[in-house]
Design a protein around this ligand. Structure first.
Ligand SMILES: [Zn+2]
Length: 289
């Protein structure tokens, strides 16, 4: 179970609509929404991984402390929520270093994991993996093995695996998909959880568990359980992706927490029989290995 801890106005849908300098003027709802998620998880005795934005940790360090004190894992969503392929390697390094420092001092624990804004590690930003290794991250959860307009490497492995880079080794923990014919379809989180019927998530995640004997990696955001968040302007597709079914999400999440067992990322990865490099099938990924 993973949560990307950011405010409703950080979402990439609003890039270009809400200038960054206005972020501090908008009503922040991330603390209250994250506290609500912590209560829901407590009801089901679920511990999760929270990929917290450094911007949030900077303003609400006590929230990060609470997440850690309740036994959850604190990981990094970077500092400023810029898409990786829009940054220079140097700016990206500063971003992930700043986030890691803030999160470690607020949580009192080492930060091992990273997830990019909008899964923005793609064939043109693989250099980011070297930076993450050099900055002390041990796993990444940013490469979605699907086709999408903003992200994804559709031929990358669907389950956790090791990536060997010039700088060293990193565990990659991709968002979960189910293979239907030649397509990998996302089954566990975000808009796919809100927009499609709940039965899709239950079927797809169950299929990953039963047929492949692997864990599914689920993700959501605190703003997804907040139907009363201020409405911001965006294009038709953006509005659909962001606002659809917000009112249903908490109920769905409770069903999900009742239907499956969950744990934080480090626990799940440590219990995986893989990842190993040898376990990977013959994907042609010249740019990865
Ligand atoms: Zn995000």
């Amino acid at each position: 179970m993973t949560v990307d801890v950011e405010d409703y106005f950080h979402v990439s849908v609003f890039d270009g609509v809400i200038p960054r300098r206005r972020w501090d003027d908008l009503e922040s709802r991330v603390s209250a929404n994250t506290e609500r998620l912590l209560e829901i998880f407590a009801d089901y005795e679920v511990r999760a991984t929270f990929f917290v934005l450094g911007w949030v940790a900077d303003r609400f360090p006590q929230l990060v402390g609470r997440i850690a004190a309740l036994g959850h894992e604190v990981a990094s969503h970077g500092y400023g929520h810029r898409l990786i392929y829009d940054q220079t390697p140097r700016a990206f390094r500063e971003d992930v270093r700043r986030a890691k420092d803030l999160l470690e001092s607020a949580s009192g624990a080492p930060v091992l994991g990273y997830r990019a804004p909008s899964y923005s590690i793609t064939p043109r930003s693989l250099w980011a993996l070297d930076v993450l290794i050099e900055e002390g991250y041990r796993y990444d959860a940013s490469i979605f093995p699907i086709r999408h307009d903003r992200y994804g490497i559709s031929v990358s492995p669907r389950h956790p695996y090791l990536i060997h880079r010039r700088a060293g080794v990193l565990v990659e923990a991709p968002g979960s998909t189910t293979a239907v014919g030649p397509m990998n379809l996302p089954v566990a989180g975000g808009g796919y959880f809100r927009i499609l019927p709940y039965a899709w998530t239950r079927w797809g995640s169950g299929r990953v568990n039963r047929r492949e004997h692997r864990p599914a990696i689920f993700y959501l955001h605190p703003w997804e359980i907040d139907p009363d968040q201020p409405k911001l302007p965006a294009g038709v597709l953006g509005r659909f992706r962001h606002y659809r079914n917000l009112r249903l999400t908490e109920r769905r999440l409770r069903r999900l927490l009742g239907d499956f067992r969950f744990g934080p990322m480090t626990t799940v990865l440590n219990h995986e029989p893989q990842p190993t490099r040898a376990a990977q099938p013959s994907f042609a990924l010249p740019y990865l290995w």
